[in-house]
Ligand binder design. Structure first.
Ligand SMILES: Nc1ncnc2c1ncn2[C@@H]1O[C@H](COP(=O)(O)OP(=O)(O)OP(=O)(O)O)[C@@H](O)[C@H]1O
Length: 441
């Protein structure tokens, strides 16, 4: 018998017993039990993992626990190294497949149903999400709203709820952009089968954010079509989010559009005064900051739209009161509110439009016309871009001001940003116009 190995096995047993007391039973069972003590190399312990996914996960989440536990029982070992072992020692240990949801690393733990303020404008969205998370709804959901109105919060609440209920495993939460990147690298690295398996066979719940990003990406759309067919055939749950409805997403192939349109279409509108007040109250409480009711009401009255603005108002109130040692009163609230309303105080939309039109020698009416002439399209897109940049108007507000649907606004913003990056001449024009605007501010 190899005494050194026997001693090591003994130590490993103790390390595992220690971890069994420290870690949640599920985590221990799934991630520590399958590890195999391979050998030592100098002051390093080498542990074997069943596959590379497992290895990455354990390294990321349990490395410090393992290192500390080893140090406690055998201080001569300073480090823990992981290696994959292909079936070598498998005979002695049953290796469970990782059953934890793959979504864990990407979810924000505060995005829960409990933290979500429900009111007139998002009641339907909340109810749909809650029912899907509790398995009372089979249909896919399509959450649609302008930015910062709770699409990610609700879709992640579904995932967080499912995880904590323990009923669902293999929840995939991913943005359409990451889905695209993952598919492109899978193609390049000849791992497309693995990719397909992950999204079609190994997935019980797919939450795909920002579907509008797939605009014009035909290959990805085709892959997603097949994936959705398989998931629906297997009665799996699917959730989409987007800034715009499928019929308004430019460059969305009709096959994918029709599949997505079979979902429950769920809009989320901007919060009304009552909800804004409630959101401010709750966020202030969450940040441990005591804000008088009249200040909260003032902020709710004057800061609307995007909920991120409300969160930021609370953060700014808190920071100013702490750093400048000031009382939280209406004066402070007015200063903070100013930061969210530059459009009324300094530069406004008509000045931006006028500046662009003067520069390109066109008529201001052309900006809102239907003209597709090149000499009009570029200034129009630039005016939209500058209005977004300096006035932080939402897509809906921009749409109203340029007499366009907000999907066309989104399209204009995406394409002009690309063109500015690509064309040196245009980038110089933008710099010049920005300088002119900033001089007026
Ligand atoms: N009803 C609500 N109650 C509490 N917090 C909310 C609510 N709606 C939004 N929020 C908060 O506002 C912030 C922005 O929300 P979220 O990220 O979900 O928006 P989004 O619609 O996904 O935006 P985007 O389109 O820009 O990704 C988050 O911190 C979220 O917690």
């Amino acid at each position: 018998m190899d005494f050194k190995q026997a001693g090591l096995d003994n130590l490993w047993q103790k390390v595992k017993e220690k971890l069994a007391q420290t870690l949640p039973p599920n985590s221990f069972q799934i991630w520590i039990q399958p590890l195999v003590l391979l050998k030592t190399e100098g002051d390093r312990i080498i542990l074997g993992c069943p596959n590379s996914f497992f290895l990455q996960w354990v390294k990321r989440h349990f490395y410090h626990f393992l290192k500390e536990a080893w140090r406690q029982y055998a201080p001569e070992y300073n480090d823990v190294i992981f290696k994959t072992v292909k079936n070598k020692k498998k005979t002695s240990i049953a290796v469970p497949q990782p059953t934890l949801p793959l979504a864990y690393p990407r979810l924000c733990e505060n995005f829960t149903f409990k933290e979500f303020i429900v009111g007139r404008t998002n009641q339907y969205a909340y109810t749909a999400a809650y029912n899907l998370a509790n398995d009372h709804l089979d249909q896919p959901i399509f959450f649609c709203s302008d930015t910062g109105l709770g699409k990610s919060h609700l879709s992640q609440s579904i995932a967080n709820h499912m995880i904590s209920s323990g009923k669902y495993t293999k929840i995939l939460y991913i943005t359409a952009e990451d889905f695209t990147n993952e598919m492109v690298s899978a193609l390049k690295e000849h791992r497309i089968h693995e990719f397909k398996k992950k999204y079609r066979r190994d997935c019980n719940v797919l939450i795909l954010e920002n579907i509008h990003f797939l605009s014009g990406k035909e290959k990805i759309q085709t892959e997603l079509n097949y994936t959705l067919d398989v998931l629906w055939e297997r009665r799996k749950k699917v959730v989409f989010t987007s800034l715009i409805y499928p019929q308004n997403i430019p460059g969305l192939k009709k096959e994918l559009r029709s599949r997505i349109e079979s979902s429950l279409m769920v809009p989320i509108d901007p919060p009304d005064f009552k909800m804004r007040l409630e959101i401010l109250r709750k966020k202030a409480k969450g940040k441990n900051v005591l804000i008088p009711e009249n200040v909260l009401e003032y902020l709710a009255q004057h800061i609307d739209g995007d909920v991120r603005r409300l969160e930021s108002a609370i953060n700014n109130i808190k920071a100013r009161s702490l750093l400048q040692k000031r009382a939280i009163d209406l004066d402070l609230a007015k200063e903070v509110r100013e930061m969210f309303t530059p459009r009324t105080s300094k530069i406004n939309l008509s000045e931006i439009k006028k500046l662009v039109c003067q520069h390109y020698k066109i008529n201001c009416e052309d900006l809102i016309s239907k003209s597709r002439q090149k000499q009009i399209i570029i200034p129009r897109k630039l005016a939209i871009y500058l209005a977004k940049r300096y006035l932080n108007l939402s897509l809906t507000e921009l749409g109203k001001n340029f007499r366009r649907h907000h999907s066309s606004i989104l399209n204009a913003l995406n394409s002009i940003e690309k063109e500015i990056k690509k064309r040196e001449f245009l980038s110089r024009e933008v710099k010049y116009l920005c300088k002119k605007i900033e001089e007026k501010m």
